[in-house]
Design a protein. Structure first.
Length: 360
């Protein structure tokens, strides 16, 4: 069956329908990872977006148990070629079957290189995936230009508090759309992890006396989460060690007077170089974000820049002055992506123990 991807600038790409057979309007973004497509599909940070995979062949090892949440989150999926066969001793089915089961429509046979170059030149755009060949371009473009992503936090956060047992330090995880590997990264270090819904009052977390707090990744415009920012500000004013990742990094910065802005086309993939400004060492990181913190708007008496992006110079981390708080824009837990920055979880453990941070 033919399918069409229509962008808000009027550009149309034609391909073959894959996954669920339904129309969808979404923000169109691209991911440059060469593997880990299942982790991408189950990352809650993609709620409200349709994902282009720039790697040309997707699905060759099928569906494995490597999920970062209990379901698929992207509104749509766009690939150059969907593998007709899959082979892996851990495979539990095909990507086509998975997309159908999860209700995710997609399109294959698209020139994803040309599509990605277009988004890099013009910036992220809204788009529609449809199998209706009788669409009215003018009408669709009008819909796309007024489309907004709303209420995604309510969709991705857990509905109630739950605890993952452990024999070590007690960590409170604020679930803004947390990936499972954040919990696994803490659990393998012996931590007991209590996961809290995004809109949990700070007072409840504080009264439970955690050894540390982790603010997770998540979708959406960080400046729109005003009530959550207020609770994060309360957490900042405690003496509890805090580690924040991606959206959590942005919310902590907003809670302390900085501002954020939307990137032209975002950083999404497992090959983004970041520099540790304290050592000059460069690491390859996994990233998934469309917004960034403006470090020039942060009072240097409150926080100092700790990491920057080697490609475009954008902020990738902050160290808070006089506080046991550090935050990063990238994903040290990866999945998919390199494990270069996994040591930051060890740094968090040391902070919770009251030890000096490790140097790498």
């Amino acid at each position: 069956m033919k399918a069409f991807l229509i962008l808000e600038d009027g550009t149309v790409f034609e391909g073959t329908a894959i996954g669920a057979k339904k129309d969808v309007i979404s923000e169109i973004v691209f991911n440059t990872s060469m593997t880990g497509y299942l982790e991408v599909l189950t990352d809650p940070s993609y709620a409200g977006q349709a994902v282009i995979m720039t790697y040309p062949l997707i699905g060759n090892y099928g569906v494995t148990p490597d999920m970062e949440s209990g379901r698929a989150w992207p509104d749509g999926y766009i690939v150059r070629e969907l593998s007709r066969t899959h082979s892996n001793f851990r495979s539990e089915g095909s990507i086509q079957e998975f997309l159908e089961k999860e209700g995710v429509p997609g399109i294959a046979g698209v020139d994803t290189r040309s599509l990605t170059k277009l988004l890099r030149e013009k910036g992220t755009m809204n788009g529609m995936i449809t199998t209706d060949s009788s669409y009215c371009l003018e009408e669709v473009v009008g819909q796309l230009r007024t489309h907004r992503i709303d209420s995604v936090m309510e969709q991705v956060t857990c509905k109630e508090i739950y605890t993952v047992s452990g024999q070590g330090l007690k960590v409170a995880l604020m679930d803004f759309g947390a990936k499972e590997n954040m919990i696994r990264s803490l659990k393998k270090r012996g931590c007991e992890v209590t996961v809290y819904p995004a809109f949990t009052p700070a007072e409840l977390i504080i009264q439970n006396h955690p050894d540390g707090i982790l603010l997770s990744n998540g979708p959406g415009d960080p400046e729109s989460y005003t009530s959550i920012i207020e609770e994060v500000r309360k957490l900042y004013h405690t003496d509890i060690p805090i580690f924040a990742i991606c959206l959590g990094h942005q919310l902590m910065a907003l809670a302390n007077g900085a501002s954020t802005y939307k990137l032209k086309y975002g950083h999404r993939g497992g090959n983004h170089p970041v520099k540790d400004l304290s050592t000059g060492r460069v690491y390859i990181s996994a990233q998934n974000h469309g917004y960034a913190v403006d470090p020039d708007t942060m009072d240097p008496k409150i926080a100092k820049e700790s990491f920057c992006n080697v490609n475009d110079g954008t902020n990738e981390g902050l160290e808070y002055v006089g506080k046991s708080i550090f935050t990063v824009q990238f994903h040290p837990e990866a999945c998919p992506g390199p494990q270069d920055l996994d040591y930051l979880f060890d740094r968090f453990i040391e902070r919770m123990k009251g030890e000096t941070s490790c140097q790498r």
